[in-house]
Design a protein around this ligand. Structure first.
Ligand SMILES: [Mn+2]
Length: 311
C-alpha cells in the first residue's frame, strides 16, 4: 500500500493535502509534515495544504490558499480524517484521485486508495512510516520543519506518550525525529502554555468540584463564573480533562452555561457514559461524550444518573 501511494504521488504534478475540521496537532502534523517531505523530495511539484486555519495552532504553521483551478487534475491526499463530512475543504471531491491516510476506524472507506492503520498512534506516525518507505525506494527527503511538526502531531495524539496507543514504533519514530534540527522547548511551550485566566478557572474547578464516595464528580460553571474569570464557553473545553488527575475519580461532568443551553461534557475512566449523553441530546465515545440540557434541574438529573453508573 505504501509503495502504491508513493508511486501515485510521483505521478502527479499538483498535490493538495486535506485534514479534518477543527484541527489538532496531529491534523496539522500529518498534513503539513507530508507537505514538507514532498516539497523537499520533489522540488518541481506544487504541494499545498488546504483547510481553515486554527488560531491556537499558529505556532506550528499555516495552511495555504488553494484556488478552484488548482484542484483540476490534482492528487488529493486526506490525512487523519475518518469520514468525508469531517474533511476540511469539501473541494477534495474535485481532485483527480483521492488517497486516504488515517488511523481511526475505517467506517467511511472513502478514496481511490486507502491506507488505514488503527494500530498507529497518530496519522503523523504513519506519515513518518511512509517517509521511510519513500526514503528507501524513491529518494525521499525529510526537512527539519517537517520533522518538527510530525513530532508535534505524535506528542499531541499520544497525550505526551501516555495513551495506550503509544507503541515501540512510536518511540522509534520520535527517536528518529528528534535527530533533526528543531527546538523542542519552544514547541512544548506552544503546545502546553495556557492563558492565565484559564488557569485561574482551572484552580476554581479544583477547589469547587464535588465528588461522591464512588468517584462520580461534577462541577457547574454558570455564566457569571465564566464572566468573572473572563473565559468563553468554548475555551472551557481545554479544562475538561483536568479532573482526571483527581485520585479516586471514575467519571465526571463539567456543566457550562451558555446563552441558550447548558453544555454537558462527560468524561470517564471506566463507566460507559455515551448512553447517558444520548438521553440528553448528545452522544460521543464510551469514555468521552457531550450533551445539552436546558435547566439546572435537568443537570441535577444527569448527575444523579452518573452517580448510579459509578456505583
Ligand atoms: Mn490523529
Amino acid at each position: 500500500m505504501k509503495r502504491q501511494i508513493i508511486d501515485t504521488i510521483s505521478a502527479y504534478k499538483t498535490i493538495i493535502i486535506h485534514r479534518h475540521v477543527r484541527p489538532d496537532p496531529d491534523a496539522y502534523g500529518s498534513s503539513m509534515g507530508l507537505k514538507g517531505i514532498l516539497q523537499a523530495s520533489y522540488p518541481d511539484k506544487q504541494i499545498y495544504v488546504t483547510g481553515e486555519h486554527e488560531e491556537t495552532l499558529s505556532f506550528l504553521d499555516h495552511p495555504d490558499q488553494v484556488t478552484d483551478e488548482q484542484f483540476e487534475g490534482a492528487l488529493v491526499i486526506v490525512t487523519d480524517t475518518a469520514n468525508t463530512e469531517r474533511i476540511d475543504d469539501q473541494r477534495y471531491k474535485s481532485g483527480a484521485f483521492i488517497i486516504k491516510i488515517d488511523h481511526h476506524p475505517n467506517d467511511d472507506a472513502y478514496g481511490d486508495l486507502l491506507w488505514v492503520n488503527t494500530q498507529a498512534s497518530s496519522a503523523s506516525e504513519m506519515i513518518y512510516e511512509l517517509f521511510e518507505e519513500g526514503k528507501a525506494n524513491a529518494n525521499w527527503k525529510m526537512s527539519d520543519g517537517a520533522a518538527r511538526i510530525l513530532f508535534a502531531g505524535i506528542v499531541g495524539d499520544t497525550g505526551r506518550f501516555m495513551f495506550q496507543s503509544t507503541s515501540k514504533k512510536t518511540f522509534e519514530t520520535v527517536a528518529d525525529l528528534i535527530t533533526y534540527d528543531f527546538d523542542r522547548t519552544e514547541l512544548f511551550n506552544g503546545m502546553y502554555e495556557v492563558d492565565r485566566n484559564l488557569l485561574h478557572l482551572q484552580g476554581h474547578i479544583y477547589q469547587h468540584f464535588i465528588m461522591d464516595e464512588n468517584g462520580a464528580a461534577f462541577i457547574k460553571l454558570p455564566l457569571k463564573t465564566l464572566e468573572e474569570f473572563g473565559v468563553t464557553a468554548s475555551e472551557t473545553s481545554l479544562l475538561v480533562g483536568s479532573l482526571g488527575n483527581v485520585k479516586g475519580i471514575k467519571a465526571w461532568i463539567m456543566f457550562i452555561e451558555e446563552e441558550d443551553q447548558i453544555r454537558v461534557r462527560l468524561r470517564s475512566k471506566g463507566p460507559i457514559i455515551n448512553e447517558l449523553a444520548k438521553e440528553y441530546n448528545g452522544g460521543g465515545h464510551p469514555l468521552a461524550s457531550g450533551a445539552s440540557v436546558y435547566s439546572w434541574d435537568t443537570a441535577d438529573e444527569v448527575i444523579a444518573k452518573l452517580k448510579k453508573l459509578c456505583q
